[in-house]
Design a protein around this ligand. Structure first.
Ligand SMILES: C[S@@+](CC[C@H](N)C(=O)[O-])C[C@H]1O[C@@H](n2cnc3c(N)ncnc32)[C@H](O)[C@@H]1O
Length: 269
C-alpha cells in the first residue's frame, strides 16, 4: 500500500480518521488506504458513503454500527491473518471518543500489526463552521475536549463542573441530548447565563446547522431545533460573535514589535 509504512502486502489494520463528514476532509494518506484496502470496515452512522465509495470495487466493505466489538475484532483479525490490508474507518479522529483502544487491545493480543492515521475531528470542523478561533490571545488559551456525564460515568475530577472552573473553551462531544445537564454543570462552575455557546449539528454535512446561543438559552434552543445527536457544543468567551468585529485581540506572533526566530521586531536591534 502506498499509504502505508510497511513493505509488501502483509496483513495489517489501519485505523483511519475519516474526518467529520465532508468526504474531502480526509488526509491524503487516509484516502489512499481506503482506496487500496482489501477490506473496509466503517462506522456507517457518521462516515460519508461518498468516501467509502472510493474503495476498490472488489473490496469487502462492512458497516460496523450494527456489529458488536467481538464481531468487529473477529473480522479485523481474520482478514489481517489472511494477509489482507484492512482499513478500519472511524469518524473524525480515531483518538477522540473513537472506541479504538478496545480494538487495539485485541490486535495486540493477537499480534496483528496496526497503525493509526489521524483525521479532522468534529471539534475542528465545528470551529471552522462557526468561523471562530478556539484560542484567543488573553481571553482563553486552553481548549478542553470532553463530554457531560451520560451513561458513561466521568472519572473523578473530570465532571464538567470541575473542568469548566478552569475557564477556557469547552468542546462537548456526545452531549446534544443532555443540554439541561450541560447548563446545570456550567452554572455550578460559575459560568454566567450570557456565556456564548455555539452548537454545530452535522458539521460539514449538507444538512449542517449552526445555532448561536448563550448558556441560559442553550437547552431551549437545542430543543427547538430538534437536535438530539451528531452535534458539537462549543462554549466559552472565544465563541463571542463580537470578537470578530472588535479587532481588540491579536497574537504576538504577527505583532510588528515582537521578535521571534523568523522575524526581527521593528525597533529591536
Ligand atoms: C463517538 S463521537 C466520535 C468523535 C470523533 N472521533 C471525532 O473526532 O470527531 C461522536 C460525537 O462526535 C461529535 N460529532 C461527530 N461528527 C460530528 C459532526 N460532523 N458535527 C458535529 N458533531 C460531530 C458529536 O458530538 C457526536 O456525538
Amino acid at each position: 500500500m502506498t499509504g502505508a509504512r510497511g513493505k509488501g502486502r502483509e496483513g495489517k489494520v489501519w485505523f483511519v480518521g475519516a474526518g467529520p463528514g465532508d468526504p474531502d476532509l480526509i488526509t491524503v494518506k487516509g484516502l489512499r488506504i481506503i482506496q487500496e484496502a482489501d477490506v473496509v470496515v466503517y462506522t456507517d452512522s457518521l462516515v460519508s458513503e461518498a468516501l467509502i465509495a472510493r474503495a476498490r470495487p472488489d473490496a469487502e466493505v462492512l458497516k460496523s454500527a450494527g456489529m458488536t466489538l467481538e464481531e468487529i475484532v473477529a473480522v479485523l483479525v481474520d482478514r489481517a491473518r489472511a494477509g489482507k490490508a484492512v482499513a478500519r474507518v472511524h469518524t473524525g479522529d480515531p483518538s477522540v471518543f473513537g472506541a479504538v483502544l478496545e480494538q487495539i487491545v485485541a490486535l495486540e493480543r493477537e499480534g496483528i500489526p496496526y497503525e493509526i492515521v489521524p483525521g479532522v475531528s468534529a471539534v475542528f470542523a465545528a470551529a471552522a463552521a462557526a468561523r471562530v478561533e478556539l484560542t484567543v490571545p488573553e481571553v482563553c488559551q486552553t481548549v478542553i475536549l470532553t463530554r457531560v456525564e451520560g451513561r458513561t460515568p466521568m472519572p473523578k475530577g473530570e465532571r464538567l463542573r470541575d473542568l469548566a472552573r478552569h475557564g477556557g473553551t469547552l468542546a462537548l462531544f456526545l452531549s446534544a441530548a443532555l443540554t439541561k445537564a450541560v447548563t446545570a454543570e456550567l452554572r455550578a462552575a460559575g459560568w454566567r447565563d450570557d456565556t456564548p455557546v455555539v452548537v454545530v449539528y452535522k458539521a460539514t454535512w449538507p444538512d449542517e446547522r449552526i445555532i448561536r446561543t448563550t448558556l441560559g438559552e442553550l437547552d431551549a434552543a437545542v430543543r427547538r431545533a430538534g437536535i438530539r445527536s451528531h452535534a458539537m457544543i462549543l462554549a466559552g468567551q472565544a465563541l463571542d460573535p463580537a470578537l470578530a468585529r472588535s479587532g481588540a485581540f491579536r497574537s504576538r506572533l504577527y505583532d510588528p514589535a515582537f521578535t521571534h526566530g523568523f522575524r526581527k521586531g521593528k525597533g529591536e536591534g
